[in-house]
Design a protein around this ligand. Structure first.
Ligand SMILES: Cc1cc2nc3c(=O)[nH]c(=O)nc-3n(C[C@H](O)[C@H](O)[C@H](O)COP(=O)(O)OP(=O)(O)OC[C@H]3O[C@@H](n4cnc5c(N)ncnc54)[C@H](O)[C@@H]3O)c2cc1C
Length: 382
């Protein structure tokens, strides 16, 4: 039998690529390999589980066996790739070599871990996949107080969801506003006020200096001396694309695995997409770009070399207490911001010197204007 197309990763990137590929080619052997349990799920739903009253099993959409059948593919679960050998078109799983026709890296990003003093490292939970989420849900049973590290998009979404789920939330981050670098300060103020109305408390400026077991719970000490009692810590300080195995195999890496518009790495027959990929200089950790990449790469793998284009890709942030849609100005473009509205309803628009809309942040009722504004936005990758 000829060597299969091998996809490493069964996240949204891996499974969606496989689906798109099977629409075009039903015969080529397809092998998906994943370090996790291979269940199909939508990662964005992880920050809605408490409000929707769904645990990890409730968020899982399909077992790997069902996916294998649907995709006419083999799915190897709990299997970690340990190396790539581009010269011989094979990869390594420990001592086992697996040959590929084409290899696709869809292995995502790692959560960044910050060093913390104290004896309670075990109470810090990153939540970046369904198994992480299952661990966190199990540990949170019967608990009331959660400290969240990080005030980015993910930290704010968890703050909303955990508050809605009845937890007392304290949020700690060394920045001046929520979602720094992503949204205008006026929009950040609106989102923060919304989260505070749910009872969340913000500690912006300090970092977590130490975390210790104390009685039944934990004692967190911040770098400014603030002492917080809590039961669990969620770490949402950011993600770093997985690049080590690619670099070790001699593939070009930068922030992510470097690929061109055809999603090809610096080696023939090896491609990358999703959180791990830096596409023509852009490493976007969102679903919309990975779906565009999956469609383009499926064409290429099925014999029609196809480049990916990104249109405008606004991000819907899941903070229902203060709805937020954001489209940061594309790289290389700069402009002036204007802010209209007040309180929860903020319309912050960024226009270039010629008056063209290049970015926005909309909160509250202003979110309704997104469709009209999207028509004016420039493409991210034309
Ligand atoms: C809480 C949360 C909320 C989010 N909300 C949104 C949202 O609302 N909108 C949005 O657009 N985006 C959102 N995102 C981002 C979005 O979910 C990600 O961009 C997307 O899921 C990434 O998919 P992926 O397939 O590239 O990576 P992953 O889903 O991380 O998949 C990586 C896969 O690779 C496997 N793997 C890794 N290393 C190896 C190895 N060595 N060998 C074998 N397998 C390996 C893993 O087991 C896994 O199967 C959110 C993210 C989080 C964490």
């Amino acid at each position: 039998m000829s060597a299969p197309v091998v996809i490493v990763g069964t996240g949204l990137a891996g499974y969606n690529l496989a689906k798109e590929f099977r629409k075009l080619d039903v015969d080529t052997p397809l092998l998906l390999i994943t370090a996790d349990d291979g269940r199909s799920y939508s990662k964005p739903m992880l920050s809605t589980g408490f409000a929707k009253n769904k645990d990890a099993d409730g968020l899982a959409m399909a077992e790997p066996g069902t996916m294998a059948e649907q995709l006419k593919a083999e799915v190897r679960t709990h299997t970690r790739i340990t190396g790539i050998d581009p010269a011989h078109k094979r990869l390594w799983i420990g001592e086992e070599a697996v040959a590929y026709r084409d290899l696709v890296l869809a292995w995502g990003a790692d959560t960044i871990r910050v060093p913390v003093e104290g004896d309670a490292q075990d109470a810090i939970f990153p939540i970046n996949d369904l198994e992480d989420y299952a661990r966190f849900r199990a540990a949170s049973a019967g608990k009331r107080r959660v400290l969240i590290l990080g005030a980015g998009l993910i930290g704010c979404e968890f703050a909303n969801d955990l508050s809605a789920g009845g937890f007392q939330v304290e949020l700690v981050a060394p920045c001046e506003q929520v979602m720094p670098g992503l949204i205008h300060p006026a929009a950040a103020t609106a989102v923060r006020a919304g989260l505070e109305s749910l009872g969340a408390r913000f500690h912006l400026g300090p970092v977590l200096a130490s975390l210790k077991h104390a009685g039944d719970g934990l004692e967190a000490i911040l770098s400014d001396g603030t002492r917080i009692e809590c039961d669990l810590v969620v770490s949402a300080v950011g993600l770093r694309p997985r690049t080590e195995l690619a670099a070790a195999a001699g593939l070009a890496v930068n922030r992510g695995v470097v690929v061109d518009r055809r999603l090809q790495t610096s080696h023939a027959n090896i491609y990358a997409l999703g959180d791990c990929a830096e596409v023509d200089g852009l490493n976007l950790l969102y679903v919309m770009p990975l779906m565009s990449c999956a469609r383009a790469l499926a064409q290429t793998l099925a014999g029609t070399p196809t480049e990916v284009n990104y249109g405008p890709m606004p991000v819907l942030v899941k903070t229902p207490v203060c709805p937020l849609v954001v489209s940061p100005p594309p790289r290389g473009l700069s402009g002036e911001w204007t802010v209209e509205g007040s309180g929860a309803d903020i319309k912050a628009l960024c226009r270039d010197a010629a008056g063209r809309l290049i970015g926005y942040a909309l909160t509250g009722t202003a979110v309704q204007e997104k469709l009209a504004l999207n028509r004016e936005l420039p493409a991210l990758l034309a």
